[in-house]
Design a protein around this ligand. Structure first.
Ligand SMILES: Cc1cc2nc3c(=O)[nH]c(=O)nc-3n(C[C@H](O)[C@H](O)[C@H](O)COP(=O)(O)OP(=O)(O)OC[C@H]3O[C@@H](n4cnc5c(N)ncnc54)[C@H](O)[C@@H]3O)c2cc1C
Length: 497
Protein backbone atom coordinates (compact mmCIF):
# COMPACT_ATOMS: atom_id res chain seq x y z
CA UNK A 1 0.00 0.00 0.00
CA UNK A 2 1.14 3.57 -0.62
CA UNK A 3 -0.05 4.59 2.83
CA UNK A 4 2.41 4.96 5.69
CA UNK A 5 1.10 3.48 8.97
CA UNK A 6 2.93 3.31 12.32
CA UNK A 7 5.55 0.55 12.35
CA UNK A 8 4.04 -2.55 14.07
CA UNK A 9 5.50 -3.19 17.51
CA UNK A 10 7.59 -6.38 17.22
CA UNK A 11 7.12 -7.06 20.95
CA UNK A 12 3.33 -7.03 20.58
CA UNK A 13 3.46 -9.24 17.48
CA UNK A 14 5.59 -11.73 19.43
CA UNK A 15 2.99 -11.81 22.24
CA UNK A 16 0.07 -12.60 19.89
CA UNK A 17 -0.81 -15.97 21.46
CA UNK A 18 -0.85 -14.41 24.94
CA UNK A 19 -3.05 -11.52 23.72
CA UNK A 20 -5.52 -13.88 22.00
CA UNK A 21 -5.75 -16.00 25.16
CA UNK A 22 -6.39 -12.90 27.29
CA UNK A 23 -9.14 -11.76 24.91
CA UNK A 24 -10.73 -15.26 25.04
CA UNK A 25 -10.75 -15.08 28.82
CA UNK A 26 -12.75 -11.84 28.61
CA UNK A 27 -14.99 -12.64 25.61
CA UNK A 28 -15.73 -16.38 25.60
CA UNK A 29 -17.27 -18.44 22.80
CA UNK A 30 -17.04 -17.21 19.21
CA UNK A 31 -16.30 -13.61 20.13
CA UNK A 32 -12.57 -13.81 19.38
CA UNK A 33 -11.32 -14.44 15.83
CA UNK A 34 -7.64 -15.14 15.23
CA UNK A 35 -7.59 -17.46 12.21
CA UNK A 36 -6.26 -15.85 9.00
CA UNK A 37 -9.45 -16.66 7.03
CA UNK A 38 -11.59 -15.15 9.76
CA UNK A 39 -9.51 -11.97 9.89
CA UNK A 40 -9.76 -11.40 6.13
CA UNK A 41 -13.27 -9.79 6.11
CA UNK A 42 -11.97 -7.16 8.53
CA UNK A 43 -8.80 -6.20 6.66
CA UNK A 44 -10.30 -3.08 5.08
CA UNK A 45 -13.28 -0.74 5.28
CA UNK A 46 -15.05 1.40 2.64
CA UNK A 47 -11.65 2.80 1.61
CA UNK A 48 -10.66 -0.45 -0.02
CA UNK A 49 -7.40 0.83 -1.51
CA UNK A 50 -5.75 0.07 1.85
CA UNK A 51 -5.73 -3.32 3.58
CA UNK A 52 -4.20 -4.75 6.72
CA UNK A 53 -5.39 -7.82 8.62
CA UNK A 54 -5.66 -7.06 12.36
CA UNK A 55 -3.74 -8.89 15.09
CA UNK A 56 -7.03 -10.32 16.35
CA UNK A 57 -10.74 -9.46 16.11
CA UNK A 58 -12.74 -9.21 19.32
CA UNK A 59 -16.55 -9.01 19.25
CA UNK A 60 -17.79 -8.18 22.76
CA UNK A 61 -21.46 -8.42 23.74
CA UNK A 62 -21.57 -6.47 26.99
CA UNK A 63 -20.30 -3.13 28.25
CA UNK A 64 -18.38 -5.01 30.97
CA UNK A 65 -16.53 -6.96 28.26
CA UNK A 66 -15.70 -3.76 26.33
CA UNK A 67 -14.37 -2.19 29.53
CA UNK A 68 -12.31 -5.29 30.39
CA UNK A 69 -10.82 -5.51 26.87
CA UNK A 70 -9.84 -1.83 26.92
CA UNK A 71 -8.38 -2.03 30.42
CA UNK A 72 -6.35 -5.12 29.51
CA UNK A 73 -5.06 -3.45 26.34
CA UNK A 74 -4.07 -0.34 28.32
CA UNK A 75 -2.25 -2.43 30.93
CA UNK A 76 -0.39 -4.37 28.22
CA UNK A 77 0.22 -1.48 25.78
CA UNK A 78 -1.84 -3.04 22.98
CA UNK A 79 -3.54 -0.77 20.41
CA UNK A 80 -7.29 -0.95 19.75
CA UNK A 81 -9.23 -0.02 16.61
CA UNK A 82 -13.01 0.28 17.18
CA UNK A 83 -15.21 -0.83 14.28
CA UNK A 84 -18.90 -0.61 13.41
CA UNK A 85 -19.94 -1.90 9.98
CA UNK A 86 -16.65 -0.97 8.30
CA UNK A 87 -18.20 1.39 5.71
CA UNK A 88 -15.89 4.32 6.50
CA UNK A 89 -14.69 6.01 3.33
CA UNK A 90 -11.72 7.62 5.07
CA UNK A 91 -10.11 4.42 6.38
CA UNK A 92 -11.13 5.15 9.98
CA UNK A 93 -11.66 1.45 10.71
CA UNK A 94 -8.49 0.27 8.91
CA UNK A 95 -6.93 -2.35 11.25
CA UNK A 96 -3.40 -2.36 12.61
CA UNK A 97 -1.10 -5.39 12.34
CA UNK A 98 -0.31 -5.04 16.05
CA UNK A 99 -3.77 -3.96 17.21
CA UNK A 100 -6.99 -5.53 18.46
CA UNK A 101 -9.94 -4.82 16.15
CA UNK A 102 -12.88 -4.23 18.50
CA UNK A 103 -16.02 -4.94 16.46
CA UNK A 104 -19.27 -3.57 17.91
CA UNK A 105 -21.61 -5.57 15.63
CA UNK A 106 -23.15 -7.56 18.51
CA UNK A 107 -24.40 -4.38 20.18
CA UNK A 108 -27.42 -4.45 17.87
CA UNK A 109 -30.46 -3.81 20.07
CA UNK A 110 -32.86 -0.90 20.24
CA UNK A 111 -33.14 -0.47 24.00
CA UNK A 112 -35.93 2.06 24.46
CA UNK A 113 -38.19 4.38 22.43
CA UNK A 114 -40.10 7.28 23.96
CA UNK A 115 -42.45 8.99 21.51
CA UNK A 116 -43.52 11.64 24.02
CA UNK A 117 -39.90 12.71 24.50
CA UNK A 118 -39.09 11.85 20.88
CA UNK A 119 -35.98 9.84 21.69
CA UNK A 120 -34.63 6.38 20.98
CA UNK A 121 -31.90 4.75 23.05
CA UNK A 122 -29.94 2.29 20.94
CA UNK A 123 -26.82 0.20 21.03
CA UNK A 124 -23.99 1.38 18.73
CA UNK A 125 -24.15 -1.59 16.33
CA UNK A 126 -27.74 -0.82 15.29
CA UNK A 127 -27.77 0.30 11.66
CA UNK A 128 -28.84 3.84 10.84
CA UNK A 129 -31.85 2.64 8.83
CA UNK A 130 -32.96 0.21 11.54
CA UNK A 131 -33.68 3.15 13.84
CA UNK A 132 -36.13 4.66 11.33
CA UNK A 133 -37.62 1.22 10.66
CA UNK A 134 -38.19 0.67 14.39
CA UNK A 135 -40.25 3.85 14.76
CA UNK A 136 -41.93 4.15 11.34
CA UNK A 137 -45.22 2.54 12.40
CA UNK A 138 -45.71 5.46 14.78
CA UNK A 139 -44.93 7.95 11.98
CA UNK A 140 -41.40 8.80 13.20
CA UNK A 141 -37.90 8.55 11.72
CA UNK A 142 -34.24 9.31 12.45
CA UNK A 143 -33.24 12.21 10.18
CA UNK A 144 -29.51 11.89 9.26
CA UNK A 145 -29.45 9.54 6.29
CA UNK A 146 -26.02 8.57 4.94
CA UNK A 147 -26.31 6.79 1.59
CA UNK A 148 -24.82 3.80 3.39
CA UNK A 149 -27.68 3.80 5.93
CA UNK A 150 -28.73 0.23 5.21
CA UNK A 151 -25.33 -0.97 6.51
CA UNK A 152 -23.56 1.69 8.58
CA UNK A 153 -24.05 1.70 12.35
CA UNK A 154 -25.08 4.53 14.63
CA UNK A 155 -21.79 4.05 16.55
CA UNK A 156 -19.88 4.70 13.31
CA UNK A 157 -22.18 7.66 12.54
CA UNK A 158 -21.37 9.17 15.95
CA UNK A 159 -17.63 8.60 15.46
CA UNK A 160 -17.68 10.20 11.99
CA UNK A 161 -20.38 12.82 12.66
CA UNK A 162 -22.03 11.48 9.53
CA UNK A 163 -24.37 13.40 7.28
CA UNK A 164 -26.69 12.67 4.39
CA UNK A 165 -29.09 14.15 1.90
CA UNK A 166 -31.55 15.41 4.53
CA UNK A 167 -28.96 16.99 6.82
CA UNK A 168 -29.27 20.40 5.15
CA UNK A 169 -32.59 20.93 6.95
CA UNK A 170 -32.37 18.52 9.88
CA UNK A 171 -28.70 18.68 10.84
CA UNK A 172 -25.94 16.09 10.87
CA UNK A 173 -25.36 13.45 13.56
CA UNK A 174 -24.17 15.92 16.18
CA UNK A 175 -27.48 17.81 15.91
CA UNK A 176 -29.47 14.60 16.39
CA UNK A 177 -27.59 12.84 19.18
CA UNK A 178 -28.52 13.77 22.74
CA UNK A 179 -26.30 11.46 24.75
CA UNK A 180 -23.79 8.61 24.61
CA UNK A 181 -22.29 6.05 26.91
CA UNK A 182 -18.54 5.91 26.29
CA UNK A 183 -15.96 3.48 27.62
CA UNK A 184 -12.49 4.97 27.97
CA UNK A 185 -9.21 3.13 27.46
CA UNK A 186 -9.07 2.91 31.27
CA UNK A 187 -12.28 0.88 31.23
CA UNK A 188 -14.22 3.73 32.82
CA UNK A 189 -17.85 4.00 31.70
CA UNK A 190 -18.88 7.64 31.09
CA UNK A 191 -22.32 9.08 30.36
CA UNK A 192 -22.13 12.23 28.26
CA UNK A 193 -25.15 14.39 27.43
CA UNK A 194 -28.54 13.00 28.35
CA UNK A 195 -32.07 12.86 26.98
CA UNK A 196 -32.64 16.59 26.46
CA UNK A 197 -30.99 19.35 24.45
CA UNK A 198 -28.94 20.70 27.37
CA UNK A 199 -26.83 18.97 29.96
CA UNK A 200 -24.60 20.15 32.77
CA UNK A 201 -20.91 20.95 32.42
CA UNK A 202 -18.65 21.15 29.39
CA UNK A 203 -19.99 19.87 26.07
CA UNK A 204 -18.00 16.64 26.11
CA UNK A 205 -20.69 15.03 23.97
CA UNK A 206 -19.86 17.55 21.24
CA UNK A 207 -16.22 16.52 21.56
CA UNK A 208 -16.97 12.81 21.24
CA UNK A 209 -19.22 13.15 18.18
CA UNK A 210 -16.79 13.14 15.28
CA UNK A 211 -13.84 11.89 17.33
CA UNK A 212 -13.25 8.92 14.97
CA UNK A 213 -12.72 6.29 17.65
CA UNK A 214 -9.79 8.20 19.16
CA UNK A 215 -11.29 9.07 22.55
CA UNK A 216 -13.25 6.00 23.63
CA UNK A 217 -15.67 3.31 22.53
CA UNK A 218 -19.34 4.28 22.26
CA UNK A 219 -21.58 1.61 23.82
CA UNK A 220 -24.97 3.37 23.80
CA UNK A 221 -26.49 6.28 21.89
CA UNK A 222 -29.58 8.40 22.60
CA UNK A 223 -30.91 9.95 19.39
CA UNK A 224 -33.72 12.36 18.58
CA UNK A 225 -36.52 10.94 16.46
CA UNK A 226 -38.76 13.23 14.40
CA UNK A 227 -42.32 12.91 13.12
CA UNK A 228 -42.35 12.19 9.38
CA UNK A 229 -43.21 15.31 7.37
CA UNK A 230 -46.78 15.28 6.01
CA UNK A 231 -45.65 15.65 2.40
CA UNK A 232 -42.41 15.55 0.45
CA UNK A 233 -42.03 16.68 -3.16
CA UNK A 234 -38.95 17.01 -5.33
CA UNK A 235 -37.86 19.13 -8.27
CA UNK A 236 -35.52 17.86 -10.99
CA UNK A 237 -33.84 20.89 -12.55
CA UNK A 238 -31.41 20.82 -15.49
CA UNK A 239 -28.98 23.65 -16.23
CA UNK A 240 -27.01 24.27 -19.44
CA UNK A 241 -24.05 25.54 -17.38
CA UNK A 242 -22.69 24.90 -13.88
CA UNK A 243 -22.60 28.56 -12.93
CA UNK A 244 -26.41 28.88 -13.14
CA UNK A 245 -26.90 25.78 -10.99
CA UNK A 246 -24.39 27.10 -8.42
CA UNK A 247 -26.12 30.50 -8.29
CA UNK A 248 -29.53 28.84 -7.96
CA UNK A 249 -28.38 26.92 -4.87
CA UNK A 250 -27.15 30.10 -3.19
CA UNK A 251 -30.28 32.09 -4.07
CA UNK A 252 -32.65 29.41 -2.75
CA UNK A 253 -30.92 29.51 0.65
CA UNK A 254 -30.68 33.32 0.55
CA UNK A 255 -34.47 33.43 -0.03
CA UNK A 256 -34.90 31.76 3.37
CA UNK A 257 -35.91 28.39 1.93
CA UNK A 258 -34.20 25.41 3.55
CA UNK A 259 -34.97 22.40 1.36
CA UNK A 260 -35.00 18.96 2.96
CA UNK A 261 -32.27 18.10 0.45
CA UNK A 262 -30.51 19.92 -2.38
CA UNK A 263 -28.14 17.75 -4.39
CA UNK A 264 -26.16 18.47 -7.54
CA UNK A 265 -24.72 16.15 -10.18
CA UNK A 266 -22.37 17.18 -12.97
CA UNK A 267 -22.58 16.04 -16.58
CA UNK A 268 -20.38 12.96 -16.07
CA UNK A 269 -22.39 11.88 -13.03
CA UNK A 270 -25.74 12.43 -14.78
CA UNK A 271 -24.67 10.25 -17.71
CA UNK A 272 -23.23 7.51 -15.49
CA UNK A 273 -26.35 7.43 -13.28
CA UNK A 274 -28.84 7.52 -16.17
CA UNK A 275 -27.07 4.67 -17.95
CA UNK A 276 -27.34 2.68 -14.73
CA UNK A 277 -30.94 3.36 -13.58
CA UNK A 278 -32.79 4.85 -16.61
CA UNK A 279 -35.01 7.28 -14.75
CA UNK A 280 -35.21 9.94 -17.45
CA UNK A 281 -32.52 12.40 -16.33
CA UNK A 282 -31.93 15.07 -19.03
CA UNK A 283 -28.70 14.27 -20.86
CA UNK A 284 -28.26 17.63 -22.61
CA UNK A 285 -27.39 19.57 -19.45
CA UNK A 286 -24.16 20.37 -17.59
CA UNK A 287 -25.69 20.22 -14.10
CA UNK A 288 -28.71 18.64 -12.49
CA UNK A 289 -30.22 19.80 -9.21
CA UNK A 290 -32.56 17.64 -7.16
CA UNK A 291 -34.35 19.79 -4.62
CA UNK A 292 -36.69 18.21 -2.08
CA UNK A 293 -39.21 20.26 -0.12
CA UNK A 294 -41.18 18.83 2.75
CA UNK A 295 -43.88 19.87 5.22
CA UNK A 296 -47.64 20.40 4.98
CA UNK A 297 -48.95 20.00 1.40
CA UNK A 298 -49.81 23.68 0.95
CA UNK A 299 -46.35 24.78 2.16
CA UNK A 300 -44.68 22.27 -0.18
CA UNK A 301 -46.68 23.51 -3.17
CA UNK A 302 -45.73 27.11 -2.35
CA UNK A 303 -42.03 26.26 -1.96
CA UNK A 304 -41.95 24.18 -5.15
CA UNK A 305 -43.15 27.24 -7.07
CA UNK A 306 -40.71 29.55 -5.31
CA UNK A 307 -37.71 27.29 -6.07
CA UNK A 308 -38.84 26.80 -9.69
CA UNK A 309 -38.99 30.59 -10.13
CA UNK A 310 -35.43 30.98 -8.79
CA UNK A 311 -34.24 28.18 -11.08
CA UNK A 312 -35.85 29.83 -14.12
CA UNK A 313 -34.25 33.15 -13.27
CA UNK A 314 -30.87 31.37 -13.23
CA UNK A 315 -31.29 29.87 -16.68
CA UNK A 316 -32.66 26.39 -15.95
CA UNK A 317 -33.36 24.55 -19.19
CA UNK A 318 -35.70 21.90 -17.74
CA UNK A 319 -37.80 21.79 -14.56
CA UNK A 320 -39.91 18.84 -13.44
CA UNK A 321 -41.85 18.65 -10.17
CA UNK A 322 -42.79 15.25 -8.75
CA UNK A 323 -46.53 14.67 -8.63
CA UNK A 324 -46.46 11.64 -6.34
CA UNK A 325 -44.05 9.69 -4.17
CA UNK A 326 -43.19 7.18 -6.91
CA UNK A 327 -41.96 10.01 -9.11
CA UNK A 328 -40.11 11.68 -6.23
CA UNK A 329 -38.29 8.43 -5.48
CA UNK A 330 -37.46 8.02 -9.18
CA UNK A 331 -35.87 11.51 -9.19
CA UNK A 332 -33.64 10.37 -6.35
CA UNK A 333 -32.85 6.93 -7.81
CA UNK A 334 -29.96 8.14 -10.00
CA UNK A 335 -28.40 10.21 -7.22
CA UNK A 336 -28.64 7.31 -4.79
CA UNK A 337 -27.11 4.95 -7.36
CA UNK A 338 -24.16 7.25 -8.04
CA UNK A 339 -21.67 4.92 -6.28
CA UNK A 340 -22.56 1.73 -8.16
CA UNK A 341 -22.88 3.82 -11.34
CA UNK A 342 -19.27 4.98 -10.87
CA UNK A 343 -18.25 1.37 -10.24
CA UNK A 344 -19.75 0.49 -13.61
CA UNK A 345 -17.61 2.94 -15.57
CA UNK A 346 -14.33 2.56 -13.66
CA UNK A 347 -12.64 -0.43 -11.98
CA UNK A 348 -11.77 1.71 -8.93
CA UNK A 349 -12.58 5.12 -7.51
CA UNK A 350 -11.81 7.28 -4.53
CA UNK A 351 -14.84 9.08 -3.13
CA UNK A 352 -13.48 12.37 -1.81
CA UNK A 353 -15.25 14.56 0.73
CA UNK A 354 -14.51 18.25 1.16
CA UNK A 355 -16.66 21.24 1.96
CA UNK A 356 -16.56 24.68 0.35
CA UNK A 357 -18.55 27.90 0.63
CA UNK A 358 -21.59 27.48 -1.66
CA UNK A 359 -20.69 30.55 -3.74
CA UNK A 360 -17.40 28.91 -4.83
CA UNK A 361 -19.10 25.85 -6.42
CA UNK A 362 -18.75 26.83 -10.12
CA UNK A 363 -15.16 27.97 -9.67
CA UNK A 364 -14.11 24.81 -7.81
CA UNK A 365 -15.82 22.50 -10.32
CA UNK A 366 -14.06 24.29 -13.20
CA UNK A 367 -10.67 23.92 -11.47
CA UNK A 368 -11.38 20.27 -10.75
CA UNK A 369 -11.93 19.75 -14.48
CA UNK A 370 -8.49 21.24 -15.18
CA UNK A 371 -6.93 18.98 -12.55
CA UNK A 372 -8.65 15.99 -14.16
CA UNK A 373 -7.00 16.86 -17.49
CA UNK A 374 -3.66 17.46 -15.81
CA UNK A 375 -3.71 14.05 -14.04
CA UNK A 376 -5.30 12.20 -16.97
CA UNK A 377 -7.89 10.68 -14.63
CA UNK A 378 -11.66 11.08 -14.81
CA UNK A 379 -13.72 12.63 -12.04
CA UNK A 380 -17.46 12.65 -11.54
CA UNK A 381 -19.26 14.91 -9.13
CA UNK A 382 -22.33 14.27 -7.00
CA UNK A 383 -22.68 16.39 -3.93
CA UNK A 384 -24.72 17.92 -1.16
CA UNK A 385 -24.89 21.29 -2.91
CA UNK A 386 -27.01 22.92 -0.22
CA UNK A 387 -24.27 22.63 2.36
CA UNK A 388 -21.34 22.88 -0.05
CA UNK A 389 -20.24 19.30 0.68
CA UNK A 390 -18.48 17.90 -2.40
CA UNK A 391 -18.06 14.20 -3.16
CA UNK A 392 -15.84 14.07 -6.24
CA UNK A 393 -15.20 10.49 -7.32
CA UNK A 394 -11.72 10.14 -8.76
CA UNK A 395 -11.72 7.27 -11.26
CA UNK A 396 -8.69 5.02 -11.61
CA UNK A 397 -7.59 1.47 -12.23
CA UNK A 398 -5.53 -0.05 -9.42
CA UNK A 399 -4.24 -2.69 -11.84
CA UNK A 400 -2.40 -0.05 -13.86
CA UNK A 401 0.95 0.56 -12.11
CA UNK A 402 1.13 4.09 -10.69
CA UNK A 403 -2.58 4.94 -11.06
CA UNK A 404 -3.38 4.52 -7.35
CA UNK A 405 -0.64 7.02 -6.47
CA UNK A 406 -1.85 9.38 -9.22
CA UNK A 407 -5.43 9.15 -7.91
CA UNK A 408 -4.20 9.84 -4.36
CA UNK A 409 -2.34 12.94 -5.56
CA UNK A 410 -5.36 14.15 -7.59
CA UNK A 411 -7.65 13.64 -4.58
CA UNK A 412 -5.23 15.50 -2.31
CA UNK A 413 -5.14 18.43 -4.75
CA UNK A 414 -8.95 18.57 -4.72
CA UNK A 415 -8.98 18.73 -0.92
CA UNK A 416 -6.24 21.39 -0.86
CA UNK A 417 -8.38 23.37 -3.30
CA UNK A 418 -11.35 23.12 -0.90
CA UNK A 419 -9.22 24.56 1.90
CA UNK A 420 -7.76 27.25 -0.40
CA UNK A 421 -11.23 28.62 -1.25
CA UNK A 422 -12.21 28.87 2.41
CA UNK A 423 -13.61 25.38 2.93
CA UNK A 424 -12.57 22.41 5.04
CA UNK A 425 -10.99 19.00 4.47
CA UNK A 426 -14.04 16.93 5.33
CA UNK A 427 -17.79 17.35 5.32
CA UNK A 428 -18.97 14.04 6.72
CA UNK A 429 -16.59 11.15 6.02
CA UNK A 430 -13.98 12.07 8.62
CA UNK A 431 -10.22 12.36 8.33
CA UNK A 432 -9.17 8.77 9.02
CA UNK A 433 -6.05 7.83 7.11
CA UNK A 434 -7.30 9.34 3.87
CA UNK A 435 -6.91 13.00 4.83
CA UNK A 436 -4.55 12.54 7.77
CA UNK A 437 -1.46 13.82 5.97
CA UNK A 438 -3.37 16.82 4.62
CA UNK A 439 -4.23 18.11 8.09
CA UNK A 440 -1.28 20.56 8.03
CA UNK A 441 -2.90 22.18 4.98
CA UNK A 442 -5.64 23.34 7.31
CA UNK A 443 -4.19 23.39 10.83
CA UNK A 444 -1.01 24.97 12.14
CA UNK A 445 1.45 22.91 14.19
CA UNK A 446 0.02 24.58 17.31
CA UNK A 447 -3.58 23.67 16.36
CA UNK A 448 -2.54 20.07 15.79
CA UNK A 449 -0.54 19.88 19.01
CA UNK A 450 -3.58 21.11 20.94
CA UNK A 451 -5.79 18.50 19.32
CA UNK A 452 -3.25 15.83 20.22
CA UNK A 453 -3.24 17.09 23.82
CA UNK A 454 -7.02 16.74 23.93
CA UNK A 455 -6.71 13.17 22.65
CA UNK A 456 -4.16 12.41 25.36
CA UNK A 457 -6.48 13.70 28.08
CA UNK A 458 -8.64 10.65 27.24
CA UNK A 459 -5.96 8.28 26.01
CA UNK A 460 -2.49 9.24 27.32
CA UNK A 461 -0.62 6.36 25.67
CA UNK A 462 -2.40 6.89 22.30
CA UNK A 463 -3.63 3.31 22.12
CA UNK A 464 -7.04 4.06 20.59
CA UNK A 465 -7.03 4.09 16.79
CA UNK A 466 -3.45 5.41 16.36
CA UNK A 467 -2.24 6.34 12.89
CA UNK A 468 -5.57 8.01 12.13
CA UNK A 469 -6.50 11.72 11.95
CA UNK A 470 -3.14 13.17 13.05
CA UNK A 471 -0.40 13.39 10.43
CA UNK A 472 2.73 11.38 10.81
CA UNK A 473 5.59 13.62 11.83
CA UNK A 474 7.65 13.28 8.67
CA UNK A 475 4.62 14.42 6.64
CA UNK A 476 4.24 17.50 8.83
CA UNK A 477 7.87 18.31 8.24
CA UNK A 478 7.56 17.64 4.49
CA UNK A 479 4.57 19.93 4.28
CA UNK A 480 6.49 22.68 5.98
CA UNK A 481 4.10 22.94 8.89
CA UNK A 482 6.36 21.36 11.50
CA UNK A 483 9.47 23.49 11.71
CA UNK A 484 12.35 21.39 12.95
CA UNK A 485 15.13 23.74 14.07
CA UNK A 486 18.59 22.49 15.06
CA UNK A 487 17.17 18.99 15.42
CA UNK A 488 14.61 20.23 17.98
CA UNK A 489 10.92 19.58 17.41
CA UNK A 490 8.29 22.00 18.62
CA UNK A 491 6.44 20.78 21.74
CA UNK A 492 9.02 18.07 22.52
CA UNK A 493 7.10 17.19 25.70
CA UNK A 494 4.10 15.94 23.69
CA UNK A 495 3.98 12.21 22.97
CA UNK A 496 4.16 11.52 19.22
CA UNK A 497 1.54 9.42 17.44
C1 LIG B 1 -21.64 3.50 -0.41
C2 LIG B 1 -21.33 4.40 0.76
C3 LIG B 1 -22.04 5.58 0.90
C4 LIG B 1 -21.77 6.43 1.98
N1 LIG B 1 -22.51 7.57 2.11
C5 LIG B 1 -22.28 8.38 3.17
C6 LIG B 1 -23.07 9.56 3.33
O1 LIG B 1 -23.97 9.87 2.57
N2 LIG B 1 -22.78 10.35 4.40
C7 LIG B 1 -21.79 10.03 5.30
O2 LIG B 1 -21.59 10.79 6.24
N3 LIG B 1 -21.04 8.92 5.15
C8 LIG B 1 -21.26 8.09 4.13
N4 LIG B 1 -20.50 6.95 3.98
C9 LIG B 1 -19.40 6.68 4.94
C10 LIG B 1 -19.75 5.75 6.13
O3 LIG B 1 -20.88 4.96 5.84
C11 LIG B 1 -19.98 6.56 7.40
O4 LIG B 1 -18.78 7.19 7.79
C12 LIG B 1 -20.49 5.72 8.58
O5 LIG B 1 -20.81 6.55 9.67
C13 LIG B 1 -19.51 4.66 9.06
O6 LIG B 1 -20.22 3.80 9.94
P1 LIG B 1 -19.68 2.32 10.22
O7 LIG B 1 -20.59 1.68 11.20
O8 LIG B 1 -19.50 1.58 8.96
O9 LIG B 1 -18.31 2.65 10.92
P2 LIG B 1 -16.86 2.04 10.62
O10 LIG B 1 -16.52 2.24 9.19
O11 LIG B 1 -16.76 0.68 11.15
O12 LIG B 1 -15.97 3.00 11.51
C14 LIG B 1 -15.88 4.37 11.21
C15 LIG B 1 -15.13 5.08 12.35
O13 LIG B 1 -15.91 5.01 13.52
C16 LIG B 1 -15.18 4.42 14.59
N5 LIG B 1 -16.18 3.65 15.35
C17 LIG B 1 -17.09 2.77 14.87
N6 LIG B 1 -17.88 2.33 15.86
C18 LIG B 1 -17.46 2.95 16.99
C19 LIG B 1 -17.86 2.91 18.34
N7 LIG B 1 -18.88 2.15 18.75
N8 LIG B 1 -17.20 3.68 19.24
C20 LIG B 1 -16.18 4.47 18.85
N9 LIG B 1 -15.75 4.55 17.59
C21 LIG B 1 -16.38 3.79 16.66
C22 LIG B 1 -14.10 3.59 13.91
O14 LIG B 1 -12.96 3.45 14.74
C23 LIG B 1 -13.80 4.45 12.69
O15 LIG B 1 -12.90 5.47 13.05
C24 LIG B 1 -20.75 6.09 2.92
C25 LIG B 1 -20.05 4.89 2.77
C26 LIG B 1 -20.32 4.06 1.70
C27 LIG B 1 -19.54 2.78 1.58
Amino acid sequence: MSLCMPEPDAGVLARRAEIVAAMRAIVPGEGVIDHADGLRPYETDGLTAYRQPPLVVVLPETVAQVAAVLRWCRDHAVKVVPRGAGTSLSGGALPLADGVLLGMAKFNRILHVDYADRIAIVQPGVTNLAISRAVEDEGFYYAPDPSSQIACTIGGNVAENSGGVHCLKYGVTTNNVLGVELVTIDGEVLRLGGQGLESAGLDLLGLVVGSEGLLGVVTEVTVRILPRPETARALLIGFPELEGAGRCVGEVIAAGIIPAGMEMMDRAAIHAAEAFVNVGYPLDVEALLIVELDGPAAECAHLIEAVARIAEANGASSIRASSDDTERIAFWAGRKAAFPAAGRISPDYFCMDGTIPRRRLPDVLARMKLLSEQYGLGVINVFHAGDGNLHPMVLYDANVPGQLELAEAFGADILRLCVEVGGVLTGEHGVGVEKRDLMPAMFSAIDLAQQVELKHAFDPAALLNPGKVFPTLHRCAELGQMHVHGGKLPFPDLPRL
